[in-house]
Design a protein around this ligand. Structure first.
Ligand SMILES: Cc1cc2nc3c(=O)[nH]c(=O)nc-3n(C[C@H](O)[C@H](O)[C@H](O)COP(=O)(O)OP(=O)(O)OC[C@H]3O[C@@H](n4cnc5c(N)ncnc54)[C@H](O)[C@@H]3O)c2cc1C
Length: 377
């Protein structure tokens, strides 16, 4: 297995301890009740899990991406919803760290790392999903600032987040240089948020649609330079693919653990079902694929920590980790037989939750487009 430093192991075991004592006993009950567990988010901020890879001067721990990935994996092993909420939040915070003004860092980034302020990253629209340049939300330059109008869909943390980084067109033509990013606070007049009530899974992840009806923003709410929103977003998407892959590895590891625990205790035809290769071989396959996804994940995190671009690596990682996770969750449910189909055994939650990982942060097909384009052109 991959070599980790003592500090990384310590952080990993702190995250594991928190996940096992706080998340594990409550995750299924909260999944049935729904709603975002803000207290979990707040505790993750206090424990340094949110700010692990951020500079100490803004309240972070000063470590790298690998440390964040180790934490997300442990949390997602018990709660995919918390892992996905933190992935979007940390993705957004990284954009502010890299591109934000000093004022944005002090007022938004610092409380975001402490777990006091939740962030959301809003790119997707009704007619602009995989095709990010098809966005219709506009930002018009007005005296002293910008006037934003449009809408966003499927935004993680929407409703719960106090601040949104959103993309808008600052040029009427379809152009990479015609997209800018803006920071919109939840109480801004003209911003309306509607939660998506009936999702397939991740019941504790708040996801919603935004309607931006003529929001007036001061100049200081621009994130980075005007016209650089597309490039900034793409680096953010590389980050997001890494974080969501960490969630995928965590969810898959959790599903394998449940399957092992159950099958070792279950007897049929007077023998433990693990004595049948029909049961033990899927367990071997699940373990092997999980190890491969985890190795790719740690390698990609180390690449970013060494300053390398991970555009292709992140697409390949996200494709493999999310597809592997969904397959492992499905195999795990099968190994529990009929019981796997019941709320009483948590595996059905893992399977429902895992499905979002092949969609958010760029679908599996879009990951394939990125990879094949790099191979062919
Ligand atoms: C739970 C959840 C959370 C999300 N959180 C966020 C968030 O925080 N912020 C945000 O901005 N968005 C978020 N999204 C939206 C997500 O990023 C989009 O759903 C995704 O990018 C796909 O866009 P779309 O839904 O419009 O599908 P479409 O782009 O319409 O795609 C439909 C189908 O066509 C395929 N397809 C499209 N173009 C191509 C192509 N060129 N080649 C091959 N196949 C193609 C897709 O792979 C897909 O199978 C979230 C989605 C979910 C489900």
């Amino acid at each position: 297995m991959s070599q980790l430093t003592n500090t990384q192991r310590k952080l990993q075991s702190e995250a594991r301890e928190f996940a096992q004592t706080i998340l594990r006993p409550n995750a299924s009950r909260l999944d049935l009740a729904g709603g975002f567990p803000r207290e979990w988010f707040r505790r993750c901020g206090e424990l340094g899990f949110v700010g692990a890879s951020f500079p100490v001067e803004y309240g972070g721990l000063g470590y790298g991406y690998l440390e964040t990935v180790l934490i997300l994996e442990e949390l997602a092993k018990q709660s995919c919803a918390l892992g996905a909420a933190l992935s979007a939040h940390i993705q957004c915070a990284k954009v502010l760290q890299r591109e934000g003004s000093e004022e944005q860092k002090q007022e938004i980034l610092r409380p975001a790392l402490d777990g006091e302020l939740l962030l959301a990253y809003a790119l997707t629209e009704k007619n602009s999903g995989s095709d990010v340049l098809a966005l219709e939300t506009t930002a018009e330059k007005v005296e002293d600032g910008w006037l934003i109008s449009g809408s966003k869909r499927w935004i993680t943390n929407a409703g719960e987040a106090q601040a949104y980084v959103l993309s808008a067109k600052t040029d009427s033509r379809r152009s990479r240089r015609g997209v800018s990013l803006f920071l919109v606070e939840r109480n801004t007049p003209g911003l309306h948020i509607a939660p998506i009530e009936h999702k397939m899974g991740v019941n504790n992840l708040s996801v919603g649609n935004l309607s931006i009806d003529g929001c007036r923003l001061p100049e200081r709410n621009l994130v980075g330079e005007a016209g650089r929103g597309y490039d900034i977003s793409h680096i953010g998407l590389d980050d997001s693919r890494l974080y969501l892959s960490a969630v995928a590895v965590g969810v898959a590891a959790g599903a394998l653990e449940h399957a092992l625990d159950y099958t070792k205790r279950r007897e049929q035809f007077d023998r433990a079902i693990t004595s049948y290769q029909g049961v033990s071989f899927p367990l071997s396959e699940m373990y092997t694929n999980l190890c491969a996804a985890r190795a790719m994940l740690y390698e990609a995190a180390r690449d970013i920590d060494c300053g390398r671009s991970i555009r292709i690596t992140a697409a390949a990682l996200k494709l493999f980790a999310s597809e592997t996770c969904c397959r492992i969750c499905d195999q795990a449910l099968q190994l529990l037989g009929g019981n796997g189909y019941s709320h009483e055994y948590e595996i059905e939650r893992y399977l429902r939750d895992s499905r979002m990982l092949k969609l958010a942060g760029g679908t599996s097909e879009i990951c394939k487009v990125i990879i094949s384009n790099s191979l062919i052109y």
